[in-house]
Design a protein around this ligand. Structure first.
Ligand SMILES: O=P(O)(O)O[C@H]1O[C@H](CO)[C@@H](O)[C@H]1O
Ligand SMILES: O=c1cc[nH]c(=O)[nH]1
Length: 239
């Protein structure tokens, strides 16, 4: 049994949805899965396996930031997971984006994250799995959800420490980067390392430059949308 994801082989499904927040994992499992079973609560990083329309699906908390999700991803790989879809929140870098809009991350830039140490002399640019993001996009359109597709940024900082950091975010925004969050670079790099399928879907919880945050009910609306979109794709690909 791995040290942090306290599950035995066979308890985690091939397909794992990855929220950062443990309360989101619990909410999603209880609301969307049939017969969800908790397989780990170590450090309150809840992990559940249940069924959605007959397909086995796990929902595993990752915690916040690259170091935390990296531990979880390595252990999910040990447990046999094959398709990994992050379901997170993010700060929009464009004021035109609405709270609770969805973003599919084709790729991610990095600010400061330790994951770059995986290939110190190489700037790796691992993309999301094409079939996953194509189907996620089709699901969002079929379900008439507001969706954006493009590059995001993964940062080690939630609270920017300096004016320089804000300038870096503005630079990324001017280069077309849609939003900032804290885990996807680890997901795409570790998926590349093991040949796993990965994608990230985010819902806009904050506006970085306007310095506003959606209220909890608006974030919940985005989480519901994001989960419905991802589970629609799961049934199309694996049902
Ligand atoms: O809502 P989650 O999935 O945790 O994602 C975002 O929210 C956290 C910061 O509040 C970071 O983990 C960031 O990536
Ligand atoms: O602004 C934000 C919002 C969510 N997550 C982040 O990392 N940043």
């Amino acid at each position: 049994m791995p040290i942090h994801v306290e599950a035995e082989k066979g308890q985690v499904a091939d397909i794992v949805l990855l929220p950062g927040n443990p309360e989101r994992a619990k909410y999603m499992a209880e609301k969307f899965l049939d017969d969800p079973k908790l397989y780990t609560d170590y450090r309150k990083m809840y992990g559940y396996t249940g069924k959605f329309k007959g397909v086995d699906v796990s929902i595993q908390t990752t915690g916040m930031g690259v170091p935390s999700i990296s531990i979880v991803l390595e252990e999910l790989k040990m447990l046999g997971a094959k398709t990994l879809i992050r379901v997170g929140t993010c700060g929009a870098l464009s004021d035109d984006m609405e709270e609770a809009d969805l973003i599919i991350a084709q790729s991610t830039a990095t600010i400061g994250t330790t994951i770059n140490q995986m290939t110190p002399d190489i700037t790796l640019a691992p993309p999301a799995d094409f079939e996953l993001i194509k189907n996620l996009y089709d699901s969002a359109i079929d379900l008439e959800m507001p969706v954006h597709v493009g590059q995001i940024a993964t940062s080690d900082y939630f609270y920017g420490k300096s004016e320089e950091y804000t300038e870096e975010l503005k630079k990324l925004a001017s280069l077309g980067v849609l939003s900032v969050e804290m885990e996807t670079a680890a997901l795409y790099n570790i998926a590349a390392k093991y040949g796993l399928r990965a994608a990230t879907v985010l819902t806009v919880s904050d506006h970085v430059f306007k310095k506003t945050r959606a209220d909890k009910s608006k974030i919940a609306e985005g989480v519901d949308r994001m989960t419905e979109m991802v589970l629609d794709t799961v049934t199309k690909l694996y049902g």
